[in-house]
Write a protein that binds this ligand. Sequence first.
Ligand code: ADP
Ligand code: MG
Length: 206
Amino acid sequence: MSEFSYFQARGWIEVIVGSMFSGKTEELIRRLRRAEFARLPIQVFKPILDDRYSQTEVMSHNKSAISSLPIERADEIWAHLSPETKVVGIDEGQFFDEGLVSVAQDLADRGLRVIIAGLDTDWQAKPFGPIPTLMAIAESVSKQHAVCVVCGNTASRTQRTGGSNGQVEVGAHENYEARCREHFRPFIDKPHSLIPNETENSISTP
Ligand code: ADP
Ligand code: MG
């Protein structure tokens, strides 16, 4: 089951994970819009460092958007939380500290529906920030997939194609592309998607 559209009287945590371009933000926005149709007051938060497309909106790669509040630390949610809010959406959860886990637990314990989207693995295919713990404690986990830009198969990895060696390097198509397990390289590889008609042989070997 990928979604829970019926009214939840009790709180719980939903996590939406996958590689970059797998549709996590689109799915988060879709669930939040459905909550709005159900007249459930929502609030949306994102890490302040994700200013790729917009500073005040959560925006997907294909430009669907919902307004959000940028925060630095997960526990800032408490200062901004309205008493009426029934559904809390959080995008790019991997960029938050481990404090996101206890904030999500406390919100759910108070009866709120908490929906968190985030990368399950980083550019080296290692578990990313608080997301693995959230996947363990959540009532629902949806694993999304992108399309591998090399072969068109199901992509589960985020290939870095530019920028630094640090775990955090905010970017989109200029620094990243979606790849399957076979075509993923745990180093900065040359971009495949930007070179038209390139064959599989042109990607670097590990
Ligand atoms: P995420 O939040 O997981 O990074 P988004 O929800 O922002 O993903 O964007 C998903 C959209 O990205 C897709 O609907 C599609 O338009 C676009 N997209 C770009 N590259 C790819 C790819 N390789 N595979 C799938 N979707 C892609
Ligand atoms: Mg996203």
